[in-house]
Write a protein that binds this ligand. Structure first.
Ligand SMILES: Nc1ncnc2c1ncn2[C@@H]1O[C@H](COP(=O)(O)OP(=O)(O)OP(=O)(O)O)[C@@H](O)[C@H]1O
Ligand SMILES: [Mg+2]
Length: 339
């Protein structure tokens, strides 16, 4: 891939707050025209990394380029092509939805009528027409997030940073934001999306960087990440319910995993991880099937699902996402003091 195909390229990017390396040597290559997911728990360094890429924070080490332009030396050229929807949004709370969008469009250089037309179109696309005349401080969290994103795409940016766009939203509002992201990408914009939600990265991103404690601990397409973990869920349905206890024993041994008995009397489920084994999930599943056949246990239905990104995170960090959150939160006391 040549540099021009890359929307973002970083090498050894570092940001230090006091003694704390919030971003600790990050290398990224984000292909243009895609959604790139940056996944990590609280305090991992996501916002700090995004702020450096968006020229809002000066790196303490390494380098970063956006569409080939250095974020420090060519900051103006970078700014001309990007837009940012921050974790803590920037629209004016006292203005109405329409006032905010028209004001921002005017600031971007649109004439009055064009600004109004653009604002109306976005409000409609984001389901905010009815709320257009209401002050933003009276919006719900989901409406607020939508107006933030609308504000950041008044001019279609080449690169849009969305920093945790759906944190705290209900499932319906999350889906609306996801649809908006898909629509933005369909128009050719590259999106860098930070999230703590594995399913969000799974839904939207074509490549994902998993970061923890300021470092990239894994990077790749969703498929690559999942395959690298070698985990997966095995589901089986037997012909004969009476053989299930026997099958359970056999599977537990062959898969080296905890086997669950489903409510359905012929069904069994097991989550196979790569822990403590050289073999991948597929290989072990195949061996387990062979052993069932040898024992004369008929399997009517078998599936090996991909692991969830939750399982991927667990395998990479050796701790579930919740524990990871708790561990990093202890370092976060510095944030309030410095802010
Ligand atoms: N201005 C600052 N001064 C001091 N420390 C900071 C500052 N900004 C961030 N940090 C610290 O840097 C680390 C990374 O913070 P950052 O906000 O980048 O994390 P994050 O991945 O965005 O987390 P979250 O999911 O909670 O938004 C944290 O430990 C945080 O306390
Ligand atoms: Mg953040």
């Amino acid at each position: 891939m040549t540099t021009t195909d890359l929307a973002i390229e970083t090498r050894g990017l570092v940001k230090v707050f006091g003694a704390h390396r919030a971003v600790d040597g990050i290398d990224l290559a984000v292909p243009a025209g895609t959604v790139y997911g940056v996944l990590g728990p609280n305090g991992a360094g996501k916002t700090t990394a995004v702020k450096m890429l968006a020229t809002l924070l000066r790196p303490d080490g390494g380098e970063a380029r956006v569409f080939g332009k250095d974020v420090v030396r060519d900051a103006d050229a970078v700014r001309a092509r990007i837009s940012l929807t921050g974790q803590y949004a920037s629209v004016d709370e006292d203005l109405t939805g329409i006032e905010n969008l028209v004001l921002l469009a005017r600031l971007l250089g649109h004439a009055k009528a064009a600004a109004r037309a653009r604002a109306d179109r976005l409000l409609e696309a984001f389901g905010l027409t009815e709320a257009a005349g209401r002050q933003v401080k009276k919006y719900s969290g989901g409406m607020r997030r939508r107006i933030d994103i609308a504000a950041s795409i008044l001019n279609t940016p080449d690169l849009l940073f969305l920093d945790e766009p759906t944190t705290g939203l209900d499932p319906r509002s999350r889906n609306q934001v996801w649809d908006i992201v898909r629509a933005v990408v369909a128009q050719g914009t590259t999106v860098m999306l930070t999230t703590q939600y594995l399913d969000e990265a799974d839904q939207l991103a074509s490549r994902i960087a998993v970061i923890d404690h300021g470092k990239v601990i894994a990077e790749g397409t969703k498929g690559e990440l999942k395959a690298s973990v070698g985990a997966g869920s095995v589901h089986l349905r037997l012909r004969d319910a009476e053989r299930r206890p026997e099958a359970e024993l056999l599977l537990t041994r062959a898969l080296d995993a905890v086997v669950q008995l489903d409510a359905d009397p012929v069904a069994l489920t097991a989550t196979v991880t790569a822990h403590g084994s050289e073999q991948g999930a597929a290989e072990r599943a195949a061996r387990a099937l062979a052993e069932l056949a040898r024992a004369g246990i008929t399997v009517d239905n078998f599936s090996l699902g991909q692991p969830t990104l939750d399982e991927v995170f667990l395998a990479l960090t050796d701790k579930p996402l919740d524990t990871a959150k708790k561990t990093t939160e202890t370092t976060e006391t510095t944030e309030g003091a410095a802010a």
